[in-house]
Design a protein around this ligand. Sequence first.
Ligand code: PLP
Length: 497
Amino acid sequence: MNDDQPLDPAQAGLGDMDPQAFRAHAHRLVDWIADYLAEIDRYPVAARVAPGEIKGALPGEPPLAPEPMARILADFERRVLPGITHWNHPGFMGYFGITGSGPGILGELLAAALNVNAMLWQTSPAATELEELILDWLRQLLGLPPGFFGVINDTASSSSLYALAAAREALDDLQIRRHGLAGRPDVPRLRLYASEEAHSSIEKAAIVLGLGQEGLRKIPTDDTFRMDPAALAAAIAQDRAAGWRPFAVVAVVGTTSTTSIDPVPAIAELCRRERLWLHVDAAYGGCAAVVPELRWVLEGCEHADSLVVNPHKWLFTPIDCSVLYTRRPDMLRAAFSLVPEYLQTAERGAVTNLMDYGVALGRRFRALKLWFILRYFGREGIAARIREHVRLAHELAGWIDAAPDFERLAPVPFSTVNFRYHPRALDAADPAAELRLEELNRRLEAAVNATGHTFISHTRIRGRYALHAAIGNLRTTGTHVARLWTLLQQLAPSVSS
Ligand code: PLP
């Protein structure tokens, strides 16, 4: 991408980029993307820039006159790319490994070209109907029964917020949508339950919904980090006795740190008895249910009132794409539907208007990329890829288990491994040793990531600092996982000195 190109003819006049210029730039850009994906291994996974460096290298004021596309693309390569952490890199194993897959990228490109706003059926019937169809396909792939209505949101954080807003609205004697919560002596304090391992988005939902952080009660977990249903039952009984009004439970299939799976069947039974809304956060783990032998991970979820699964986590879909399923779309509508005159259409009542199921009015055509992906890979192709990620994670876990100076800190039900470097000489029972282990593992994480070959993150498990490697990128192979293991072993002694 050089700098000496003239402006496009249309840049001097009015209107958009002309089709010929678009074709030429697009071909170049798609070639660049193909090369990027083919050679992504040559980039350091994590950006090596200081805070402010990228902003500082770019003009602080917008350009007055048009600039040639070639110059913009050159600046992208020179100024922006160094500040990119490459989530699409096969060595990226931090947080949850994800993939912007080829068919997903093409679907995004097409969605941008169409640029439809799928707020109403009328504003693009195909966008609404494809979303309805594709989410029913995904429901079948996950083994959920018919009767689950699906809607795509940006993130699981939004999906869980909307689900819990619906749960709050289901308290129909309180009419919270109409009267609000503040200043009402007739409304008891509302309570929601999730395990201490649940994602912070649940606590954020409690904040947004006016329950306050105290409105979320965190339930202890067992020694495999699963919510303890007996502790949940006791907490609900205690809260009722103290005047709280319990209204919802969030169970997690694949918690963020340890990927534990809450005992959903037992929790669902408790929710049925207690008349509580059950929301399942399967943002990461739910994706695995596409694999027939892993379908059990969603056992009990057929009883959930709502469930979130994120194709942008482990179904190879470029960010963003989070699917909220609910057996009670009426409550989601009751919480969110608000139709001013300018959004009335003749078909209302006969069609789905997706704006009725959340806060956002405008919505992107996200179903298109998911449709591309499900068709391009097929059920078997997706299952094979997820199965391979799980196999690779178990291989890594096996190496860790066999190494005297490393220890695994949680079971591996999916493709995520939590572990730490633990030189035999350090006795973990000694509080000082625990601090030293944290220091060593912080250093080891930084040293591994500084190599540029791989990227891992960390978490805290029962107070211990844990290294976290999550395999979820389509380009990650056994070679990349073996490289991570080699680096860990090579670098560990150096961080001890
Ligand atoms: N739920 C779980 C279990 C997660 O692990 C995460 C993120 O990692 C989220 C929710 C939030 O996801 P999002 O970034 O889509 O809001």
